[in-house]
Design a protein around this ligand. Sequence first.
Ligand code: FAD
Length: 411
Amino acid sequence: MLSDRSVAIIGGGPAGLMAAEVLAQGLVHVNLYDAMPSVGRKLLRAGKGGLNLTYSEPYETFLTRYGARRAQIKPLLDAFGPEDLISWVHGLGIDTFVGTSGRLFPTDMKSTPLLRAWLQRLRNAGVNFHMRHVWRGWDNGGELCFETPQGVLTAQPDAVVLALGGGSWARLGSNGAWVPLLRQRGIPVAELRPSNCGFDVAWSGHFRTRFAGHPLKSAAVVFIDSEGNEYSRQGEFVITENGVEGSLIYALSAALRDEISKKGIAVIHLDLAPDKGLQRLIGELSRPRGSRSMAKHLRSRAGIEGVKAGLLRELVPPENFVDSARLGAAIKSLPVRLIAPRPLDEAISSAGGVAFEALDERLMVRSMPGVFCSGEMLDWEAPTGGYLLTACFSSGRAAGLGALAWLKTRV
Ligand SMILES: Cc1cc2nc3c(=O)[nH]c(=O)nc-3n(C[C@H](O)[C@H](O)[C@H](O)COP(=O)(O)OP(=O)(O)OC[C@H]3O[C@@H](n4cnc5c(N)ncnc54)[C@H](O)[C@@H]3O)c2cc1C
């Protein structure tokens, strides 16, 4: 009988809630604990900029987004992939649409209706929610310890699903405080590092004051790492007080972060006029400028103005402005030196986490039978575009089903 079994889920983000759903469907008694006053805070925050649930593209391409962890994520997505996620969202009464970029969103772009409908369904299925329960690890008797407003409470469920998230945006609940708790138990955990993050650039005071907050629309970035691997993307990013951030930068952030950790620096090359070829650009810039200022000449001949012109002034020696070939080359391939990733807390997500090698195919910790791990706390990373949430949902489901299967072997 599974109905006299109890499972503790710690962490009420997308992964933990999905584990709760499959366990409650399996008629197990489910207690979900979270440190915060309410669950799903990061999911709600994600909805503020438009909740990008998944990405519409061929499955093989989708899998490539998980890079070095593709082999470990594939079985999870084979069991519950982008199409399954879309059907599941529709099952909650939420319509979706695919944006021009291929990103898939709820029709109203928000998380609130989805989370509200989901929590209602989980409560109806009998899931018990315990808020303001901060998990502090296991006591000497192997019981789970929680710090609560009522003092320290303990629990001894038949199985545990950990879904504690990564280490970014700690104010939303996932603060990575679980890392030493698992390491003390001998579970290998790769250091949490920023992923989908901005980078520091040593801007001059003038440039920073004038252009922080300005978006660069339609630019392309090329990055070649020290091993000769080339990454290139076109899109948008934003100049910040400290450097650069935004979707174009996030897309390359794993490679940039790793290069900085190896070499101390990563140099990207910006194409400020991606729609113009170099020769055509040089031809335009070579036309006589007469009495017009260089700013007007750049605007009318190359379409370079505002923050793009500011970047050229910031990074190109003055003498190159009078040489059309050099100026054209700088516009098409402007080197920008990135000196550090922004701190983990500012990143959209974390790299690092519980090593897959420590887990079996059900996501159970090999050295701690009955303890399962899921979501962003696992050691994988992916770009923005819905890939993060898709893998969190599917790994939460896999851990929940894994716990069910394991409990069945022990009935
Ligand atoms: C600003 C922003 C926008 C984003 N937008 C998108 C997007 O559009 N699309 C996308 O795919 N991804 C997006 N993401 C990423 C996505 O939200 C996360 O990858 C996802 O929420 C991770 O799910 P999770 O269940 O693993 O962890 P989380 O959602 O982080 O949940 C972990 C839970 O564990 C709880 N917890 C942690 N430690 C303890 C403890 N010791 N005791 C008890 N409880 C604890 C936390 O309170 C939290 O509720 C965004 C992230 C951010 C920050």
